[in-house]
Design a protein around this ligand. Structure first.
Ligand SMILES: Nc1nc2c(ncn2[C@@H]2O[C@H](COP(=O)(O)OP(=O)(O)OP(=O)(O)O)[C@@H](O)[C@H]2O)c(=O)[nH]1
Ligand SMILES: [Mg+2]
Length: 552
């Protein structure tokens, strides 16, 4: 048990040292630390003498009982109340105990391994007396509750004893007793109702015993159970029994301490669970809202995708129509390239321009994109204030650390940038490749080439037949060729647009997938909660450990 007790005390120590923001547990620290100290002290005194406290109302005969045990008028007794004002410690010679200095010491007890302390009246009107009784009770191992038929149910005494239920072994001594068992039956019943566990009950007439002992006489029946009480103290309280009593006291205090902690934790747990849910919801909602903003801003921007696809097509296009497309593209995007500002980026910062660059193989930027910073910040603040409220409701102190907004924003930017540079760009390039593949190039050039061949044949035929070419033939031919090219460019542009749009759709799917996992905005808040939940687990584990002690 001893190793286990040390383990439990260490675990308790850990809980007591908690100085985090969860006030529900932190406010237990002081009481807990006090109890741990007491447990450690009691553990270290396992092999010491057993300290017995004689406790009871004024005049019940505590001092007389001590004298009867000693067989001498050691403690002062009186028919006037109250009599005893400081505890009197009756101890075997040479006993060293760390009691208050003003307590009276009466050395010479023949009761080996036992120290009996006579206390002032516990139903006292004198404050100092009550404090001294509390002091003795705190330090004793066994309580001998004394009561006579006139006084055995006083609330003043019980109020001192109630907090110690389970932590002290207790037995009753009915003083000034008669042969009637009425008091005994009633007293025991009432004590049991109050939750006290009695280790024994003795009816005595201590004054008779004392007189008999002083006169060196033989015990009489009038002394009732006094000889049994003496036998109990002298013979039954062996070293082994004393150790068992002390262990039971420690186990009682320990299980009360742990039960108290568990009660706190049980009461607080629903709020912690609600908090965990709230953080989860806030996290999910924030990511969802942020995704929506990014979709609406960046991914819904048609220029972004047509620009990127146009660039990629331009880089690869061959043939007459392809080259014309490239020329057209470079003219179309000239203003943007010259100014460094793409049209969609006006008023929206540089995010669009950067995103477009990221989508092409000419990605000049190494930094991540910064996307919808203000909107994301605002969203984050909104959700965070809800989380903060939930923390307060669950009994947490206000957060002093700065919010972890930057980490969240960086994570979002990283994810968006990864998608743009990765799957989104791959899709743009794949479509550009399709549009510039040789069958498409040949198919695009074929009508023009056929027309030019036909025109050439007309020129040669006319030349051979020698009539002059009709005036305007060359310009007509050039016009028709230009019209063919224009029509084809128009068709290619339409296809490019639809390709750009479909690249956007699949990139969007990739973005949603990327946002669907692993983005945690309220990481720090989660850690705070997890810390508290960890303590809850520890408190529960302590309860289980106590179960082990109880069984072993
Ligand atoms: N007849 C009889 N009288 C007793 C017995 N025990 C104590 N008395 C008397 O009761 C009175 C009070 O006894 P104390 O021993 O001083 O009582 P106490 O509990 O120490 O009282 P405080 O010191 O005031 O708390 C004295 O007059 C005793 O003689 C007993 O067993 N039989
Ligand atoms: Mg007294």
């Amino acid at each position: 048990m001893s190793t286990t007790l040390h383990e439990i005390l260490d675990a308790l120590d850990h809980v007591a040292r908690y100085d985090g923001p969860w006030t529900k547990l932190r406010r237990e620290s002081d009481v807990l630390r006090e109890r741990i100290d007491e447990l450690r002290e009691r553990e270290s005194r396992m092999g010491d003498v057993l300290v017995i406290a004689l406790v009871g109302g004024s005049g019940v005969g505590k001092s007389t009982l001590l004298n009867a045990l000693a067989g001498d008028q050691l403690a002062r007794t009186s028919p006037y109340r109250p009599c005893t004002s400081v505890p009197a410690v009756y101890q075997p010679p040479g006993t060293q105990l760390d009691f208050a200095e003003d307590w009276e010491r009466i050395s010479g007890s023949a009761l080996e391994n036992l120290v009996v302390i006579d206390t002032p009246d516990s139903d006292t009107i004198i404050h100092a007396h009550r404090e001294r009784v509390i002091d003795v009770l705190r330090q004793c191992d066994l309580i001998m509750l004394c009561g006579s038929s006139e006084k055995y149910l006083d609330e003043a005494t019980w109020s001192l004893l109630r907090p110690l239920r389970g932590e002290r072994t207790m037995l009753c001594v009915e003083t000034k007793a008669s042969t009637s068992t009425e008091v005994r039956d009633h007293w025991i019943k009432r004590l049991e109702e109050q939750g006290f566990d009695l280790a024994g009950y003795f009816r005595v007439n201590a004054l008779r015993t004392l007189d008999r002992k002083l006169a060196n006489g033989a015990p009489t029946d009038e002394e009732l159970d006094f000889p049994d009480l003496e036998a109990y103290l002298e013979q039954e309280l062996t070293t082994e029994r004393i150790r068992r009593i002390k262990k039971a006291n420690v186990a009682g205090l320990l299980s009360k301490t742990i039960a108290r902690l568990n009660k706190e934790v049980d009461a607080a747990e629903p709020a912690l669970e609600a908090l965990a849910k709230r953080i989860d919801q806030a996290d999910k909602a924030l990511v969802k809202d942020a995704l929506k903003i990014i979709e609406d801003r960046l991914f819904a921007e048609p220029h972004l995708w047509t620009f990127a696809l146009g660039r990629e097509v331009g880089l690869r296009s061959r043939g007459i129509v392809g080259t014309s497309y490239r020329l057209l593209e470079s003219i179309r995007t000239m203003p943007a390239r010259l100014s460094g500002w793409l049209p969609w980026s006006v008023g929206r910062g540089v995010a669009g321009r950067r995103a477009a660059q990221m989508l092409t193989s000419e990605d000049l930027f190494h930094d991540d994109l910064e996307v919808a910073t203000d909107e994301v910040t605002q969203l984050y603040e909104e959700h965070r204030s809800e989380v903060t409220l939930a923390f307060t409701k669950a009994g947490f102190e206000a957060e002093t650390e700065a919010p972890q907004l930057d980490t969240f924003r960086d994570l979002l930017n990283e994810r968006v940038s990864k998608v743009l540079r990765g799957p989104a760009r791959d899709r743009v390039i794949a479509r550009a490749r399709k549009l510039t593949s040789w069958p498409v190039t040949v198919a695009a050039d074929t009508p023009l080439l056929l027309f030019l061949l036909f025109s050439g044949w007309v020129v040669i035929r006319t030349y051979l037949q020698n009539p002059p070419l009709e005036p305007g033939f060359i310009s007509h031919t050039a016009l028709i060729a230009a019209m063919i090219i224009a029509a084809e460019l128009f068709v290619i542009s339409i296809i490019a647009r639809s390709f750009a749009w479909s690249a956007r759709r699949s990139a969007l799917a990739a973005l949603r997938k990327s946002f669907g996992r692993g983005i945690v905005a309220f990481h720090h808040e989660r850690a705070r909660l997890d810390n508290a939940l960890g303590l809850v687990q520890e408190v529960r584990r302590l309860r289980d450990m106590i179960g082990i002690i109880g069984g072993g």
